[in-house]
Ligand binder design. Structure first.
Ligand code: ZN
Length: 173
């Protein structure tokens, strides 16, 4: 891994949070980030996100290891309440992990493109690999037009470029 100098900007943080738990996750983190052990009910009330959704988002953040909670029994009401904290130092690890997952997806997609022939209807209603195209006797299942082999060199080029820049990102983080 890199020299540990990558700065986690708010933009990167929000991008990570949104990928883990949806767009409202940033709202919740903005509210708890400078506090200690914030009650789930307070979070829901202040962010105006319904309590079940608030819990669902927080749980996803917990699973990704960017939020932690303690559970305490409320002395008056007698039930358990979760109190939450943001683990900001773990955002970077999750950021790199998400990048690596994306890299794997792109690499397997690239392999697909490099090792298979694709056929496409000239009206662009369908695109499929050779085996499938044989099943349809090279006729489009939608409109019946003949399907032609598609030149996917630009797709391959695009995927290769994306992979190279993602690798650089990962190395620099
Ligand atoms: Zn067609």
């Amino acid at each position: 891994m890199g020299d540990n100098t990558m700065r986690i900007t708010k933009k990167i943080r929000d991008e990570v949070l949104s990928k883990i738990a949806g767009e409202d996750a940033s709202k919740i983190i903005d509210f708890i980030k400078d506090k200690k052990e914030t009650s789930e009910f307070i979070i829901a009330e202040k962010t105006k996100i319904e309590i079940h959704r608030t819990r669902m988002i927080l749980y996803k953040l917990f699973e990704a290891n960017v939020a932690a909670f303690v559970r305490r029994k409320d002395k008056i009401k007698g039930w358990y309440i979760c109190y939450w904290d943001f683990l900001s130092k773990n955002i970077k690890h999750t950021y790199v992990k998400l990048k690596k997952e994306k890299l794997e997806k792109l690499q397997s997609r690239l392999e697909q493109e490099q090792n298979h022939q694709f056929f496409m209807c000239k009206n662009a209603c369908a695109r499929m690999n050779f085996e499938k195209a044989v099943d349809f006797e090279f006729k489009c299942p939608e409109c019946g037009e003949l399907m032609n082999q598609q030149d996917n060199s630009r797709t391959i080029e695009f995927l290769s470029d994306s992979i190279a820049s993602l690798k650089k990102d990962i190395a620099n983080s």
